[in-house]
Design a protein around this ligand. Structure first.
Ligand code: BGC
Length: 371
């Protein structure tokens, strides 16, 4: 009897724990009843996505529609579970930034079967016809802006170029690299830059357009997997491996802010590096402080308020029985997905105040050392 009670108690505690954990990883807003729009974001561990959650909450504050936001914590299995939970709550529209663009295919197919409209958010879901819309930034332009910044700030020729990319499971990693390669390749071919850390990229330096397989080969050498500690380890390994003629004044293509700060921290402690220009993306608060402090050179600002507005605007059109407006399309390997795309802005020390503070994206008192 005692044992049964103990088991029951343990069961109760376990159930409560599940509820508490579920509550920690989700947030709902709106006016009670069933959930109309489910939002699934890839991870709470990167400020970029916490930013999206905050901006969604601000946008949804006085919405008449009920929404719930769930995080997948870098796991496709958790993502699938999240979508199933939202399906059981009766959602009509799913807004999802997948952890892994290909693995999410089966998950959204399950939603589609229930008549749910699927909107891919920031990251495309690939190789499935179960995606109705795609709301995104111009990701090729992100990479082009990063590459162009390195070109504009390089002096002379033979500048060592360190390449880093995002995770191969994220379609955006290819778009960012494609954009960077578009502008950097001619400058690698003409000797302005010398690739320091990728024999695969070096072997392809005369090719203006790379296939997905060729990009995959480069990614396999220089991916950060969007992980700051992997970025740090790779940067350390690269600096140990190269000779001093690949040090001095260097250029670093870092795919986003989290990886940029980690790589910058490594390069700034290497005595044979005299200066470096390093890119970033997302305008994360920590990187804005790095830029003010001269520790990161630039970031690509993607105004998440616009993306959130576009995604929710689309969802509401669908709920009201209308066809959302789109501005183009992206082929996801199976179909052309109708897309709405937003421009991006390059931010460095010179324009950080006008772009981020004056636009009320951040408050000045969130930073130190602003002039
Ligand atoms: C997003 C970036 C983000 C990266 C890592 C990409 O898909 O577009 O903004 O930094 O994922 O989470």
């Amino acid at each position: 009897m005692k044992k049964v009670f103990k088991l029951l108690t343990m069961g109760f505690v376990a159930i409560m724990l599940v509820f508490v954990l579920a509550a920690c990883n989700s947030s709902s807003s709106g006016k009670g009843g069933a959930i109309s729009v489910g939002i699934v974001l890839p991870t709470k561990d990167e400020p970029r996505w916490v930013q999206d959650e905050e901006r969604f909450k601000a946008e949804l504050d006085d919405s008449e529609y009920t929404t719930e936001i769930l995080f997948s914590q870098g796991s496709s299995a958790k993502e699938k579970e999240n979508v199933e939970t939202l399906i059981s709550k009766g959602i009509e529209v799913l807004i999802i930034a997948p952890h892994d663009g290909a693995a999410a295919g089966a998950t959204v197919e399950a939603a589609k079967k229930e008549g749910i409209t699927v909107i891919a958010y920031d990251r495309l879901i690939t190789d499935t016809d179960a995606v109705d819309y795609y709301v995104t930034f111009d990701s090729v332009a992100v990479g082009e802006a990063q590459g162009q910044y390195l070109i504009d700030n390089a002096s002379g020729s033979g500048v060592p170029l360190y390449l880093y990319t995002g995770a191969a499971s994220d379609n955006n990693a290819f778009l960012f690299f494609e954009g960077a390669w578009n502008v950097l390749q001619p400058k690698i071919a003409d000797g302005t830059f010398v690739i320091a850390n990728s024999s695969e990229a070096e072997a392809l330096k005369d090719k203006p357009e790379l296939t997905r397989d060729e990009m995959n080969a480069i990614l396999s050498q220089v991916t950060t997997n969007w992980d700051p500690s992997e970025s740090k380890n790779k940067a350390e390994t690269h600096l140990t491996a190269v000779s001093d003629d690949l040090k001095g004044d260097v250029a670093i293509l870092a795919p986003n802010d989290g990886t940029s700060r980690a790589i910058a921290d490594v390069f700034s402690t290497e005595s044979a590096i005299t200066s470096f220009v390093i890119t970033g993306q997302d305008a994360e608060k920590a990187s804005i402080q790095y830029i003010i402090d001269g520790k990161q050179t630039m970031t690509v600002f993607k105004d998440v308020r616009t993306l959130v507005k576009d995604a929710m605007g689309m969802a509401i059109e669908v709920l009201e029985g209308n066809t959302p407006e789109t501005t183009g399309s992206y082929n996801n390997g199976a179909v052309d997905v109708k897309a709405k795309q937003t421009d991006v802005i390059v931010v460095n020390k010179e324009n950080v105040e006008s772009e981020l503070i004056e636009s009320s994206y951040y408050e000045a008192d969130e930073f130190t050392g602003l002039e």
